[in-house]
Write a protein that binds this ligand. Structure first.
Ligand SMILES: *[C@@H]1O[C@H](CO)[C@@H](O)[C@H](O)[C@H]1NC(C)=O
Ligand SMILES: *[C@@H]1O[C@H](CO)[C@@H](O)[C@H](O)[C@H]1NC(C)=O
Ligand SMILES: *[C@@H]1O[C@H](CO)[C@@H](O)[C@H](O)[C@H]1NC(C)=O
Ligand SMILES: *[C@@H]1O[C@H](CO)[C@@H](O)[C@H](O)[C@H]1NC(C)=O
Ligand SMILES: [Cu+2]
Length: 369
């Protein structure tokens, strides 16, 4: 499923990424100074774990996301499937996917993507809070996973889809996860919680065409208990350098045994046929923001454990599925630096990795509680 995308990824790289970006980047020292001055005088947003938010604030967040799904798209003329402002974010992720996964820019690109989404909730939908995150280590057991407060039907984003044993029909399930998901438990259209019956306007897969379909979830608590284990989390936090950290986050293969934190969350929720498992259109499931919030929080935690070194440490290939993520064989690549460009077409300015190294810089200005 992913293999043919290599060709396209190469084309996109030639066409887009190598163009120099004109945004003047503050030096690392500037960023550090700004951080100590409380993001240059701005309020620091505090991102909290879902279950530590008071219940009314959980509802505020849910309502803000639903609000964004009702606001008109600004990029609908560019992306046929973008019908709402929420969809603009989904489309951005779809078109950028082959530049930002299983490579070096992965965490950096998603850090700004989440920041844009958080700002949109606040500016467009009057949300007063920060993007919450998910501490999956509180839910990483076979029996506990589905009971997570994150999946609560009233004060959460809803749970699993109904179990569908046979997902082999290519009309109903035109795109499935390449990994065979062990012990899948769902697969049906989400029928509970605040997003019950949600229609996702694009995906699955690499297309921004209008393809409305029901949001599916397909939990695998067994996969979660393995890929999101405490030992996998500890291995990431204990990594001695960014190169190793990034492997511990992104995994070593698409075999179940090679899945770690990133894939463990996407595939533990999305399973064989759910939106959250799709590399391109996973933001169609609003749990996406919690999956990537969890990773961003872990990156921040890892950075601050040795800030003087890690505030400016980045590594990994510029090309997706290149070494050390060469799951399908060797792919030509270069290792990235802090100057590597991050692009957000139709979402304001382009950045470099350097611009997002510190969550407490003047542009990002958030922290994790
Ligand atoms: C961002 O970068 C892309 C690719 O290089 C380019 O097409 C686009 O015009 C840039 N956007 C801005 C606002 O500079
Ligand atoms: C998971 O699936 C395997 C293979 O079908 C089975 O042996 C095992 O009992 C299942 N585990 C659980 C917890 O359901
Ligand atoms: C921070 O990293 C550097 C370089 O790897 C290392 O020499 C130093 O001991 C580390 N400091 C802490 C507090 O771990
Ligand atoms: C990229 O960085 C890794 C880790 O330091 C290194 O093993 C690899 O040889 C580098 N690749 C290239 C093409 O420089
Ligand atoms: Cu992504």
């Amino acid at each position: 499923m992913y293999l043919p995308q290599f060709v396209l990824a190469g084309l996109l790289l030639v066409a887009g990424v190598q163009q120099a970006v004109a945004v003047p980047a503050p030096t690392t020292d500037d960023i550090t100074t700004a951080a100590s001055a409380s993001c240059a005088g701005k309020d620091v947003l505090v991102r909290k774990e879902w279950r530590s938010l008071p219940k009314p604030e959980r509802l505020d967040y849910i309502n803000a996301v639903k609000c964004l799904m009702k606001k008109p798209s600004k990029n609908g003329e560019v992306y046929a499937g973008a019908k709402s402002r929420y969809d603009d974010f989904l489309a951005l992720h779809i078109v950028e996917t082959d530049l930002i996964h299983f490579n070096g820019p992965f965490l950096a690109w998603h850090r700004w993507f989440l920041h844009l989404f958080e700002q949109e909730l606040r500016n467009t939908c009057g949300y007063k809070g920060a993007q919450p995150y998910w501490d999956f280590s509180k839910d990483n057991t076979i029996n506990g996973f589905s009971k997570s407060p994150l999946f609560d039907v009233t004060h959460g984003l809803g749970g699993n889809g109904p179990y569908v044993a046979d997902v082999s029909d290519p009309i109903t399930f035109p795109v499935t996860t390449p990994t065979i998901i062990p012990n899948r438990t769902g697969g049906g259209c989400l029928d509970n919680g605040p997003f019950s019956g949600l229609v996702v306007n694009m995906g699955l897969g690499l297309s921004t065409d209008y393809t409305p379909h029901c949001l599916r979830r397909d939990f695998s608590p067994v996969l979660v208990s393995q890929a999101l284990s405490n030992s996998n989390l500890k291995a990431a936090l204990d990594a001695k350098n960014y190169f190793d950290f990034s492997i511990k986050i992104q995994g070593t293969s698409f075999e179940v045994s090679g899945l770690t934190l990133h894939a463990g969350m996407h595939l533990g929720i999305g399973g064989q046929v759910g939106d959250a498992a799709d590399m391109y259109s996973s933001p169609g499931d609003p749990l996406f923001w919690f999956i990537h919030g969890a990773l961003d929080k872990i990156w921040d935690q890892w950075q601050r454990a040795n800030w003087s070194v890690r505030k400016s440490e980045i590594a990994g290939p510029d090309t997706n599925f290149a070494y050390p993520f060469n799951f399908f064989g060797d792919v030509p690549y270069k290792n990235i630096t802090l100057d590597f460009p991050l692009q957000y077409p139709y979402f304001g300015k382009n950045l470099t990795v350097r611009d997002v190294m510190d969550t407490k810089n003047a542009a990002l200005c958030y922290t994790y509680a």
